[in-house]
Design a binder for this molecule. Structure first.
Ligand code: HEM
Length: 385
């Protein structure tokens, strides 16, 4: 890839893809970093509906869990666990929000908040402390959400390696003392992966992958929701919108997975062009969510657009088709619960943030400080960050 593109991509991936789209006259454009992106909304929708496009298997699970039946089973099991855990998540929120203090540095603070509330469903409290502590470090030190900074990524790699070892040991221990009903995500992974087919280490890798697949988009979408709403209001005012509309609009305006791609298992014909097997063909949710032919004022952050039932264009923050997100509904609940706790009896304002995305696996906001002023200032300020 040319250096200019690499720099632009790092500076602002969404602006970069938008610029490429503006400069292209074709329905499908070549990406300078490899592969193709369908820039025309109608063609993108046709592709996403085409069963042929989805015959290559789940990109999400890849080689970690190849059997489709097991993938579906695991997705459902984890979704069920998270759903059943919502009351505990909700109950954990006031303390996690209080621990933020009056000024917290995001997006990292949001990741810590989400982890704190999910910790027990990821690894239940009876798990040896070392594994839970490593999972906490993974959430705090750039394993759950990949840092855009190279130095931090190297440090995260060390935590990751120690975590995989600890999870593999725990998987081994649990296989000797199987639980009845799954108590946490590791039990769910173990229930899907028989010992004869999958080593303890492979189970640990899968648990880590699921941990990141939950933590990264939920944390990023929470941070975007907070940032965009506060930037829009410009002042510590109570939010005039239902949190549900804020979440929907944040996921429209800054969809966390910004490219949904498939390596074609065989030739796919689209818009009169044949794309051969082996090509990477992607759809960009960000472009779909900003098509002015389908969305009113697409560049404006307007939660109120979700007040009515109509007037919405193509909306795919969780993908679509056979491999769409197994946890979409519960992810939405975790986000609205978190925002309810953050905004309850409090005014929010931000400093230092802007709407440009930083490049990670998905879109993450650049660092900003959240100032949270409660109606009872003494009650909830622990000075934590
Ligand atoms: C805001 C939060 C989330 C976002 C934006 C998100 C987004 C996505 C997207 C776009 C895909 C499809 C990728 C593709 O088409 O290749 C996906 C797949 C998946 N997501 Fe999520 N996700 C979120 C949270 C969660 C949660 C909480 C779970 C927990 C159950 C989860 C589980 C999965 C699974 C299992 C798949 C793979 C589906 C399959 O291949 O069968 N996600 N997610």
């Amino acid at each position: 890839m040319r250096l200019g593109y690499r720099i632009r991509l790092r500076q602002d991936p969404l602006a970069c893809v938008e610029e490429l789209s503006r400069d292209s006259a074709e329905g499908v454009m070549r990406l300078p970093w490899g592969g193709w992106c369908v820039r025309d909304t109608e063609l993108a929708q046709t592709l996403l509906r085409d069963p042929e496009y989805h015959t290559g298997g789940s990109v999400f699970f890849g080689e970690l869990l190849p059997a489709r039946g097991a993938q579906v089973e695991l997705g459902r099991a984890v979704r069920g666990l998270l759903r059943a855990d919502v009351p505990r998540y909700r109950a954990a929120l006031p303390e996690a929000v209080a621990a933020l203090g009056t000024a917290s540095r995001w997006p990292d603070a949001g990741t810590r908040l989400v982890h704190r509330c999910l910790a027990d469903v990821l690894l239940h409290p009876g798990t040896p402390g070392a594994a839970r502590e490593l999972l906490r470090q993974a959430a705090h030190q750039g394993v759950a959400v990949r840092s855009p900074h190279v130095g931090r990524r190297a440090r995260a790699e060390l935590v990751r390696a120690r975590l995989v070892t600890a999870l593999a040991e725990e998987a081994h221990r649990r296989r000797r003392q199987p639980a009845g009903e799954p108590r946490d995500m590791l039990d769910a992974v173990l229930a899907t992966c028989p010992e004869a087919e999958m080593s303890d280490r492979a189970v640990a890798e899968l648990q880590l992958m699921m941990f990141r697949a939950i933590m990264a988009p939920v944390s990023a979408a929470l941070a975007w929701s907070v940032l965009l709403a506060c930037l829009h209001l410009r002042g510590a005012a109570p939010w005039p919108w239902p949190v549900d509309h804020v979440v929907r609009e944040a996921l429209r305006h800054r969809p966390v997975p910004w490219m949904l791609g498939r390596t074609l298992p065989h030739t796919v014909e689209l818009g009169g062009t044949a794309f051969p097997a082996g090509e990477l063909l992607s759809v960009c949710p960000y472009l779909l969510h900003h098509d002015a032919r389908h969305w009113d004022s697409p560049y404006a952050f307007r939660p109120e657009r979700w007040a009515g039932s109509g007037g919405h264009g193509p909306y795919v923050p969780f993908g679509t088709g056979p491999f769409s997100c197994a946890g979409a509904a519960v992810a939405h609940t975790l986000l609205t619960e978190s925002l309810t706790a953050l905004t309850g009896h409090a005014h929010l304002a931000v400093t230092g943030g802007d709407t440009r995305a930083a490049m990670s696996e998905g879109n993450v906001p650049r660092p900003f400080v959240l100032h949270r002023t409660t109606d009872h200032p003494s009650a909830h300020d622990t000075g934590g960050r």
